[in-house]
Write a protein of this length. Sequence first.
Length: 138
Amino acid sequence: MRCFVVIPLLLGAPLLADTVVPAHTIRAQTRIAATDLLVRDVTVPGAISDPLSVIGLEAKVSLYAGRPIRVVDIGPPALIERNQLVTLKYKKGPLLIKAEARALGRAAVGERIQVMNLASKTTLVAKVLPDGTLQVEE
């Protein structure tokens, strides 16, 4: 008599992964702290699974308690606020021109933003640099 051992194959079964959700409603433009987050043992396609990747970032939209946080919902915190006075730089070869400008929106490092040169009242697009100045785009 032969004895067979049946080993179930779980190839088609979904694997459960952690999903990061807010512990409470987080308003847009709020920096996210560890106390703002919970981890649920569910799989949600497109949701963030590592809470460490969210801490210190800023909510781009309102995040509601218990709803999964997606990559598009968060981003680096804004360094430049709307109406903030900023230093605008234009560099071409050895020429460097600096001017004072007003930010027309919010932006984080590396993002592009519209600014108004206060001297000429011209609207330009500039890139936010890590030191908080803006580099005029050509």
